[in-house]
Design a protein around this ligand. Structure first.
Ligand SMILES: *[C@@H]1O[C@H](CO)[C@@H](O)[C@H](O)[C@H]1NC(C)=O
Ligand SMILES: *[C@@H]1O[C@H](CO)[C@@H](O)[C@H](O)[C@H]1NC(C)=O
Ligand SMILES: *[C@@H]1O[C@H](CO)[C@@H](O)[C@H](O)[C@H]1NC(C)=O
Ligand SMILES: *[C@@H]1O[C@H](CO)[C@@H](O)[C@H](O)[C@H]1NC(C)=O
Ligand SMILES: *[C@@H]1O[C@H](CO)[C@@H](O)[C@H](O)[C@H]1NC(C)=O
Ligand SMILES: *[C@@H]1O[C@H](CO)[C@@H](O)[C@H](O)[C@H]1NC(C)=O
Ligand SMILES: *[C@@H]1O[C@H](CO)[C@@H](O)[C@H](O)[C@H]1NC(C)=O
Length: 520
């Protein structure tokens, strides 16, 4: 086992073909069950029913062979109920799923190319059907939402790395999986979800690349049909997704819990951390988070997207911090029907249509809390008690911050730089009780001045007040706030105009430091 594993890694990384002493080169046959360490003879094998694993503690080296199914039916390699199995170094194509792993622990798969397994042909239509994000393991066989590279269910500690997956419905579907590790994979074109995480815990997703995870015809931003590079839903918790790159997605991330058919079958996905990812071109948006709480989006770099962050029904402690959002079409960050969340230390530039940050509600209760108990929809009609602080805005159209029917939020220490026809801050509808400044506190502000208070506005007309404490002598309102003023508008002694690329994360990190300090 050990020798074979070393050989396998050797051949994987050095691309060397070695003869293993005593290793017999096995020619696989349709329906073969592998029960001991196996090295295939290199070849291109037509195996309509695939092969399966029939023992724990074994190693299967495909020796760069291709396993070929028939008409996208069945599975290339099936493993059910075995542990400590290694599978690697081959190509699997033309099945419903290339690989299906269920029940078992600590299996490891590496260096496989999974391509042209099932893909819904209707996904190519000019108006492709929308995907059901709540598709469940019981739906195995579904041809609209499932099929593709790997199906993984009810397993613990699986490792998936150095795979190349492309041209399928989904890349990897994880159902009820604990402590999966998914690293260094390359996800190419998929019309569903490149990575789908359902009711799973502790998933670690590190240094993968996701390219073209989008329904093919979804050129229109609002019709991505729920396709996404990463879908995390139905009570998936404690995932960490970091240092991944995303190019051209439907949404880069959809994180959600939402029961449609059955009560409580799809509860909030919480406590996931999305850190330091690079997201470019997502027709719908970089992040879509709904019916959840306590997810953290930290230090991601987002460019050319529909929405930077679209949050709906976030019930608390969602943290959107230290992100850089450039060229969003609709909104940089919008939270609807959401309470008690924090948006701090982000840099928002060039949002074209909507406000850069918007808090919104229509004041209606759209989901009967008794029908959707596990969603914890407390005060769902509200948009209240959110914090917007320490963000840097470079705004060239519309408003930097707009609060619609929103109450009791705190907005302070933001740097609002208005270019061209841009507008500053606004309240609409039944908005009240919002605070556009906090009590004076000795702590470095966004302009590197010595006191925290209100926000900086580049169109502020006042002068520094006589105390010389960094605040202006007349309150700021912009004529767009309803009975509210920023009573402590910041005077920036050093101009932050023309933000330099390298410096942008400096202020956010100050805010983060304060945040982590105050959490202790
Ligand atoms: C693997 O097989 C493919 C053909 O299927 C070939 O092009 C490639 O060079 C092989 N790689 C190695 C490392 O042998
Ligand atoms: C792959 O298969 C070929 C042909 O069967 C064989 O000569 C070679 O040794 C195998 N590679 C490895 C790594 O064993
Ligand atoms: C989830 O997987 C575990 C094994 O890891 C199993 O015991 C449990 O029954 C599964 N739950 C569901 C709902 O399938
Ligand atoms: C963010 O991504 C853009 C576009 O790729 C790049 O130009 C910029 O340097 C990145 N910014 C940071 C702070 O990483
Ligand atoms: C602003 O964003 C729009 C659309 O997202 C883009 O076409 C335009 O080039 C961007 N402007 C700058 C200065 O980057
Ligand atoms: C604000 O709430 C009212 C209901 O009280 C609703 O009619 C209106 O459409 C809301 N405003 C927006 C912009 O949604
Ligand atoms: C919820 O909204 C209502 C009406 O806008 C408001 O009176 C109430 O104070 C809000 N609740 C909280 C917790 O802010």
């Amino acid at each position: 086992m050990a020798l074979l594993k070393i050989t396998f890694i050797f051949s994987l990384f050095l691309q060397a073909i070695l003869c293993v002493s005593g290793g017999e080169h096995v020619v696989p046959y349709d329906g073969m069950v592998i029960t001991s360490d196996t090295l295939l003879a290199h070849g291109d094998y037509y195996l309509p029913h695939g092969i399966s694993i029939g023992s724990s503690n074994i190693f299967l080296n495909l020796n760069n062979s291709t396993l070929r199914g028939d008409s996208n039916q069945n599975v290339g390699i099936t493993l059910d109920g075995y542990s400590n199995v290694y599978i690697g170094n081959g190509k699997i194509t033309n099945y419903y799923y290339g690989i299906k792993i269920s029940n078992g622990e600590r299996n490891e798969l590496a260096g496989l190319e999974l391509f042209a397994n099932w893909q819904d042909p209707n996904a190519q239509n000019p108006t492709p059907p929308s995907l059901d994000i709540n598709v469940a393991p019981g739906d195995y066989g579904d041809k609209k939402n499932l099929g593709g590279g790997m199906w993984v269910s009810n397993v613990n500690g699986i490792k998936l790395h150095h795979h190349y997956l492309h041209d399928q419905e989904n890349g990897v579907d994880l159902f009820n999986v604990t402590d999966a590790s998914i690293t260094n994979n390359r996800f190419g074109t998929h019309v569903g979800w490149c990575l789908h995480v359902w009711k799973s815990q502790g998933t670690s997703v590190n240094q993968n690349s996701f390219k073209n995870c989008v329904r093919r015809s979804s050129k229109d931003r609002d019709f991505s049909g729920n396709s996404a590079a990463v879908l995390i839903n139905c009570g998936s918790v404690n995932s960490v997704l970091q240092f991944n790159t995303f190019v051209n997605s439907g949404s880069a991330f959809i994180i959600s819990g939402f029961p449609t058919l059955r009560k409580n079958e799809c509860c909030p996905s919480t406590m996931n951390i999305i850190f330091h990812n690079k997201i470019d071109q997502a027709v719908r948006g970089a992040f879509e988070d709904s019916f959840s709480n306590q997810n953290q989006y930290l230090s991601n770099n987002i460019t050319n997207v529909g929405y930077g962050f679209l949050g709906m029904y976030l019930s608390g402690n969602t943290i959107i911090s230290g992100n850089r959002i450039t060229n969003a079409i609709h909104h940089g960050i919008i939270l609807g029907h959401s309470n008690n969340n924090r948006i701090s230390g982000n840099v928002l530039k060039n949002t074209t249509l909507g406000s850069q940050i918007e808090l919104w509600t229509d004041l209606k209760e759209h989901y009967n809390p008794l029908s959707y108990q596990c969603l914890q929809l407390k005060n769902q009609q509200n948009s209240s008690n959110n914090e917007i602080s320490g963000n840097i805005f470079e705004t060239n159209s519309n408003f930097a911050i707009n609060l619609i029917n929103s109450t009791h939020s705190l907005i302070y220490n933001n740097y609002i730089n208005l270019l061209k026809k841009a507008k500053s801050i606004k309240e609409e509808g039944l908005s009240f009780g919002n605070q556009w400044y906090t009590a004076k506190e000795k702590f470095p502000n966004i302009c590197n001045g010595e006191n925290l208070g209100g926000n900086y506005y580049s169109d502020y007309a006042g002068k520094e007040r006589t105390q010389n404490d960094g605040f202006g002598d007349i309150p700021y309102n912009d004529n767009n706030l309803i009975n509210e003023y920023d009573n402590l508008p910041l005077i920036c002694k050093k101009n932050l105009n023309n933000l330099k690329p390298g410096m942008n994360f400096k202020f956010p990190s100050l805010i983060l430091k304060k945040y982590f300090k105050s959490r202790k």
